[in-house]
Unconditional design. Sequence first.
Length: 487
Amino acid sequence: MTTHPAPDRTADPAAGLAADLAADLAAQLPAGRISTDGDVLAGCRTDQENAPWGPPALLARPLSTQDVATIVRFGYQRGVPIVPRGSGTGLTGGCNAISGCIVLGLERMNRIREINVAERYAVVEPGVLNQQLRDAAAGHRLWYPPDPSSKDACSLGGNVATNAGGLCCVRYGVTKDYVLALEVVTGTGAVIRLGHRTAKRSVGPDLAALFVGSEGCLGVITEITLRLRPLPGPAATVVCGFATAAEAAAAAVALRGAGVQPEVCELMDERTVAAVEELMPLGLPAASGALLLLQVDGDAAADAARAVLDGCRATWTYRSTSAQEGEQLFTARRRAFEAVRRHGRVTTEDVCVPLAAVGPVLARIQEVGRRLGVDIATVAHAGDGNLHPMIIDDGTVAPTVLAGAFTEIIDVALQAGGTVSGEHGVGLLKRDAGMRELGDPVVELSSRLKAVFDPRWILNPGKGPFRAPAAAPAAGRSGRRRREGTP
């Protein structure tokens, strides 16, 4: 059992209270589950986004569902907020610590418990990484399609909590389309099982679906049963250049109208293409402008796609000559965030609009950048309308201007009939925008639903589109920030 020396309350009363809390919780768990080490806590305060955070009291690292239930029950009894955390790759502040909280790190719950080939499902713990499941399924000639760009690092528990998407979603759907069943620890510490592993089920409402996209605000996911598909055959890659991102988006609409259904349809605007070329030169034609990247089934589909694109305003089109070359092109797309981040601190948006609105919205986002003097690079899942404008802070732009750009992009998406988040979740950065999109009646219903599963509002308080009662724990918005003036 971990031992904790008696705190010196006169030196730091808050540290003393945290040490007492850690000692009390450690007494209820097997050894090695609790850490109060300063360096360890510093590594679990935030996700990848520049959002507010507060100093956590301790980090709890469970190895089992029973451990999680014990930790949550302890928080429920003490009224201590609990912030569930996966691998920390999120982009909304969704797992950012709040002052005095217990960070519930789930990275050690990382076993693939079962891959059922006949029934085509996998049973995993929340700390399993997306790519780990994809690799394991491939060994059985099966496939898990949702593929966020961070698939090598993001955890499946976090994918479920945010309803993550990825490049393949235009054809194969997002995380919610693959969740069959969940094991969840509610805000009282109760363990419940939702959904079923059978292909069909019609017994009451689908409560498992409530937890997909709930961002750890309703319960802590401890086991996930995911649907698998047969491993697809070889695909062809087609890439084309356009003078502007809006023209590239129009080509994506033309593909849909012509009945071409790509597995992947990705867009990089001119600014992103330039950044990616600096990071990993692809030998693109000079002045390539924006790019549209397609992956399609077989030669016939590739020829059809290229014919449509040639009829659009493409400046050039190219079909990859090998699977390796195609993979290199999509690796460049996956590294877009890394490439842009070399130019400054990045705040990543995640809005989704109707497909026909992608081009006009891209043009308006670029106009926002020009008017405010802010550098904005955008990638998009053009086939399903999901845009990721990346607002670049090179250290010379006023925080109020950066915040204004962030808000204006959200407004542009909503005015186009879109949503403030397509796949990253709401977290802290978009909590207010999410509530504005939903409206008061829906926010009220959502908040009442949270109270059913989390009656003391201890689970990830202050995150998501929920309006807490006055006595509930508050998020640490007044706590320290990684950078002041973050939108």
